[in-house]
Design a protein around this ligand. Structure first.
Ligand code: FE2
Length: 242
């Protein structure tokens, strides 16, 4: 069983297409959330992913924000909120219905190995959670994922790549927490799309591979720059100035 793991696409179609090409021989693709916001191609990213044969995903905080606005549950006080509304008008309603039904966690047992996929926290509280100092230390990881019963936890959200093996407690034993980094928002490192592949054989042996590829960042940036919203300069500076 070979699974491609992607996270934090943030509507970056160029990065997503490059990554999916690299993952074409995987048995399935799992997305750890955050398709929405920052890039210009939200609909095209949903189109691409939902046309994959074996695709599943969890809800990210930005998917949640967008969906909350779609439900009419918002008021605009900040430029970010104005931007979320602006992007909402550019997102097909069928994708909002899809987001509504997404889980926060997918837990699987593959060849006897208990594996979990999540964006960040185990419940809806991730909608307002800020990111701690990076990389997240072992103590904070154990707190953030205190509900976990899995041996390996794949998460996203922080846009920062890390791989920690922690002694959780006597009951839960060792837990490995892996974040491959973002597909679409390369703000902590040069403009590469980051993702991972795991292979689990029949005996339950797990092989984890961390990957990064270049893509046409100038095309991504030019599309974002064409969006007519005052939040756009912040996005370009924060996520694409490397
Ligand atoms: Fe994100």
């Amino acid at each position: 069983m070979k699974i491609g793991i992607i996270s934090d696409i943030h509507s970056n179609l160029e990065a997503l297409n490059g990554v999916l090409y690299e993952l074409k021989d995987c048995d399935e693709i799992v997305c750890l959330g955050d398709i929405c916001h920052f890039g210009a191609d939200t609909n095209a990213c949903f189109d691409t992913l939902l046309n994959l044969k074996n695709f599943s995903m969890v809800k990210g905080n930005h998917d949640s924000y967008s969906n909350k606005f779609y439900r009419g549950n918002y008021e605009i006080k900040t430029e970010l909120e104005a931007y979320i509304e602006y992007m909402l008008f550019r997102t097909n309603s069928q994708y909002q219905e899809y987001i509504s039904n997404l889980p926060y966690v997918i837990s699987r047992n593959i060849s006897g190995r208990r594996i979990a996929f999540t964006h960040f926290k185990w419940d809806t509280s991730h909608e307002t959670s800020s990111v701690p100092i990076l990389p997240i230390n072992n103590k904070d990881l154990n707190t953030i994922f205190s509900g976990v019963e899995s041996e390996i936890v794949f998460f996203g959200h922080t846009h920062f790549s890390q791989d920690n093996i922690i002694n959780a407690d006597d009951r839960r034993g060792k837990i490995r927490y892996i974040n491959f980094g973002p597909v679409g928002t390369p703000h902590f490192s040069p403009a590469l799309a980051r993702f991972g592949v795991i292979e689990i054989n029949d005996k339950g042996n797990v092989c984890v591979e961390k990957k990064a590829i270049p893509y046409d960042k100038s095309l991504t940036v030019s599309k974002i720059a064409k969006l007519n919203h005052p939040f756009v300069p912040f996005i370009l500076k924060k996520f694409f100035s490397n």
